[in-house]
Design a protein around this ligand. Structure first.
Ligand code: FAD
Length: 422
């Protein structure tokens, strides 16, 4: 212990995983630990709702300042960029020249995009990742609608690139764009085409989501293509490894994933994602270092999974500090609500690692009762509730996925999914 009898815990990253871990640790350990949060920006970004930016949402509405909640919970907030971890010396070096010591470390610095993996993608496509890219897409959609209003015929091609680890948001965007164009009365002048490297639509979430997407593509007249892995992109057309070529006037893509920060002193896969023990999120070979959320090597990258991982890591650390058994471990059940503007699709998906590199994840066949899917307009309300609940919890310095309010949310979701999903 570095400071008297208190345990020193450092959390890297002020996103879903980092904040959930820091606030959960404070809730569990009360004043038994010094907690430091290091983040390269002074706000949390509610990334899932950046899908609304191309359709007019102000990006500032998705930010939660970090000063107030960290002060409230007596968490030292350091605005700086983590650069290197020395697991033996138990320190983190930052770009600002700090050396921050710890007893336990939680790495939650998230993921980044590498469009350069597909030649021509970066130069020719609208990419979705940051609010800035979403604003750029807003301008492109504005131009598209103006051209369609003038009577021009336009082709929009969507592309999930190989090694993308969270295809869901691009599926949301194709459905949302279809509804939006219909409402603007220009859908007849715009062809929508979908292409993905996946073998089935939203492959990680199994056959039920594939069925939903297939039905939606039919209803919305979207031409869909699976097993189309992009090989190179040229102005006006995409070439795929299966020999096919698809034309476009506007190309919208979700790029290959890599880790936001590569930590050479920690074991990582070929994309820099930190190797972890599944249940505890401990980094392999470094039991006092944990990795949660997009930064870790779990093959699906999702905010809800980041919460579950952060809770598991924080529970494990606090149980070690308190000398008790942990009450929970990471059990990968994904939960999401996919926006479509005219309705939304709820999915709860129990996942299982397969150990097969080409298809690392599958729906857990031993938990069929937990696999639930439903598409109704009422699910849009679920998405809206989350948009209020999450900033409310984080704004007060409380974990999202714990405590009495979550029990209430969970009960609400259970009731809704009992009626509106099967
Ligand atoms: C458009 C879009 C829509 C999505 N929709 C959904 C959805 O509907 N449901 C869902 O579950 N998931 C969704 N996701 C995925 C979800 O946003 C991510 O899985 C989630 O943000 C991961 O949380 P995280 O804490 O690991 O990373 P992040 O939320 O990215 O947080 C990482 C944090 O680390 C900070 N950081 C980065 N580098 C450093 C450094 N060197 N030092 C210090 N701090 C650093 C960053 O500033 C950031 O605060 C969506 C993603 C996108 C892009």
């Amino acid at each position: 212990m570095l400071n008297g009898s208190k345990t020193n815990i450092t959390v890297l990253g002020g996103g879903f995983g980092g904040l959930e871990a820091a606030f959960y640790l404070r809730m569990k350990l009360e004043d038994r630990a010094n907690i430091t949060l290091v983040s390269d920006r002074d706000y949390f970004l509610f990334k899932p709702n950046t899908i609304y930016i191309p359709f007019g949402l102000d990006p500032d509405k998705l930010k939660v300042g970090l000063q107030r909640p960290t002060r409230r919970k007596n968490i030292a907030f350091v605005e700086d960029r983590a650069r290197e971890i020395d697991p033996d010396a138990r320190t983190v070096s930052t770009e600002g020249g700090r050396k921050i010591p710890h007893d336990f470390l939680v790495v939650a610095t998230g993921a980044d995009m590498r469009p350069e993996e597909v030649p021509g993608l970066k130069e020719n496509a609208q990419t979705i990742w940051t609010p800035r890219e979403m604003l750029r897409l807003r301008l492109a959609l504005y131009d598209l609608i103006e051209a369609a209003r003038r009577g021009e015929h336009k082709r929009v091609l969507f592309l999930v690139a190989p090694n993308n680890k969270c295809a869901g948001p691009l599926y949301e965007l194709v459905f949302m764009l279809d509804t939006h164009l219909r409402r603007k009365k220009v859908r007849a002048n715009v062809d929508l085409t979908w292409s993905t490297y996946e073998q089935t639509y939203i492959q990680a979430f199994g056959p039920r989501l594939h069925e939903v997407v297939t039905g939606e593509f039919e209803r919305r007249v979207v031409a869909g293509h699976t097993e189309y892995a992009a090989e190179k992109v040229e102005s006006g057309e995409v070439h795929y490894t299966n020999g096919e070529t698809l034309p476009y006037d506007l190309l919208i893509t979700f790029s290959p994933y890599v880790a936001e920060v590569d930590y050479p002193t920690l074991p990582g896969d070929d994309r820099g994602f930190v190797e972890t023990e599944l249940g505890t999120r401990q980094v392999v070979g470094h039991p006092d270092v944990y990795a949660v959320g997009d930064a870790g090597n779990f093959p699906v990258k999702q905010a809800f999974l980041a919460f579950l991982q952060a809770d598991a890591a924080a529970e494990h650390i606090s149980s070690r500090v308190l000398g008790v058994e942990p009450e929970l471990a990471f059990e990968p059940t994904s939960m999401c609500v996919m926006e479509q503007f005219d309705k939304a699709t709820f999915a709860q998906v129990p996942l299982r690692l397969t150990g097969v590199p080409e298809r690392p994840i599958e729906v857990d066949p031993d938990a069929p009762e937990a696999y639930k899917v439903g598409s109704y307009p009422a699910w849009r309300l679920g998405k809206k509730m989350l948009a209020y609940y999450l900033p409310f919890r984080f704004g007060l310095g409380n974990p999202f996925h714990a405590g009495v309010p979550w029990k209430g949310m969970e009960a609400g979701l259970k009731a809704m999914s009992g009626l509106l999903a099967k």
